[in-house]
Design a protein around this ligand. Structure first.
Ligand code: COA
Length: 257
């Protein structure tokens, strides 16, 4: 049985972690299925993806039953397994389309990591986050590059070390979450984001995601060639030409849903 529910409605594909009995903790099966989903995400014309969790929580992080079994693995097997998890986070982080996180209930450990690889996170007021790994004698290793990029070094030093659980309001304050709403308003808020996203050009969105990753923490002069090349390419692209002409001709661009 699949550990994910995948539903597409028009331009929106929704992937729901579906192991509610363990609060959607992820094991090797979830990792394999989410990685495969990420690889084929645009296959049926999707333009926006939503990541959600079934049941009471978004995601309780790595499955501790699975992780604790690792003592019976060789070091190489253990490493291979951890690399598959890192590849999944990388794949989600660099999806070619916008990924919206729909967070309710707990998002702990790798669950907070999943929020960190979303482009936009909408959280319920009662959602709880936390890099809880140190409380379990481990650490948020695989998710650290994504988390530190999102929340910065100062918050990471506090939150990785204390491993304390924190509120949606705090998550918003540190840049992990973009909107905090009553749980009943999660889908409505996501729909508003979707309406905005489908009026942006798909190529611009993919390009912007690459660009953000490429210029982050770089000295502007060091990326000037890259940024000039990027706009030079996009303004003569069919999307760029259509988008600019559509504005001048007071009509909608071809990609507007
Ligand atoms: N891995 C494996 N199983 C987990 C799990 C995890 N990360 N998180 C929860 N579960 C299991 C529980 O063991 C329990 O199993 P049981 O029914 O056989 O007893 C079941 O999921 C429900 O958990 P429970 O704690 O009873 O539910 P809750 O709704 O009261 O609380 C959480 C949910 C997520 C707040 C709580 O389970 C929790 O704190 N989990 C640990 C999260 C964590 O620190 N993750 C980091 C992993 S690196």
């Amino acid at each position: 049985m699949s550990s994910l529910l995948i539903e597409q409605s028009g331009p929106v594909v929704r992937v729901t972690l579906n192991r509610p009995e363990v609060r959607n903790a992820f094991n090797e099966q979830v990792i394999a299925e989410l990685s495969a989903w990420a690889e084929n995400v645009t296959q049926h014309g999707a333009r926006v993806a939503v990541l959600a969790g079934a049941g009471k929580a978004f995601c309780a992080g790595a499955d501790l039953t699975w992780m604790s079994r690792m003592t019976s693995y060789s070091h190489d097997e253990n490493l291979r397994d951890a690399s598959a998890m890192a590849a999944m986070f990388n794949a989600l982080d660099s999806l070619p389309l916008p990924l919206i996180g729909r967070v309710h209930g707990a998002a702990l450990g790798g669950g907070t990591g999943l929020a960190a690889v979303c482009d936009i996170v909408v959280a319920a007021e009662n959602a709880t986050f936390g890099f809880t790994e140190a409380k379990l004698g481990i650490l948020p290793a695989v998710i650290s590059p994504f988390a530190v990029q999102k929340i910065g070094i100062s918050a990471a030093r506090e939150l990785f070390l204390t491993a304390t659980r924190f509120s949606a309001a705090r998550a918003r304050e540190i840049g992990l979450v973009h909107a905090v709403v009553p749980e009943a308003d999660l889908d409505r808020t996501i729909d508003a984001y979707v309406r905005d996203l489908v009026t942006s050009a798909p190529g611009s969105i993919t390009g912007a995601k690459h660009l953000i990753a490429a210029v982050a923490n770089r000295i502007p002069a060091d990326v000037a060639d890259l940024t000039a090349e990027t706009i030079a390419r996009h303004r003569v692209s069919s999307e760029g030409q259509d988008g600019m002409r559509a504005f001048l001709e007071k009509r909608k661009a071809a990609w507007v849903e």
